[in-house]
Design a protein around this ligand. Sequence first.
Ligand code: FES
Length: 83
Amino acid sequence: MEVARDNNVPGIDADCGGACACSTCHVYVDTEWVEKLPGKDAMEEDMLDFAWQSDAERSRLTCQIVVCDEIDGLVVHLPERQA
Ligand code: FES
C-alpha cells in the first residue's frame, strides 16, 4: 500500500493509512503469487468482508503485505473500484 501510495498508483485509496480498518487498499493477487504470500490474519480476513467484490483466494489488503525480497515481482490486479 505504501509503495502504491508513494508512487501515485491510482486505485489504492488507503483511507485508513494502513491500519487495516477500511479495505480501500484491496487488490487481487495474481494466481501465481497467492501461495507465495504469508497468510492473512483474522483482522485482514474480517476487513476483506467489506471490500468490493472480494475473492476468498486472491483478495488481499495491500497494507498488510510486507514488502521483502521474497515477493520481488509480485503481481496484483486492482478491483474496478474500492469499497
Ligand atoms: S489502508 Fe485501510 S485497510 Fe489497508
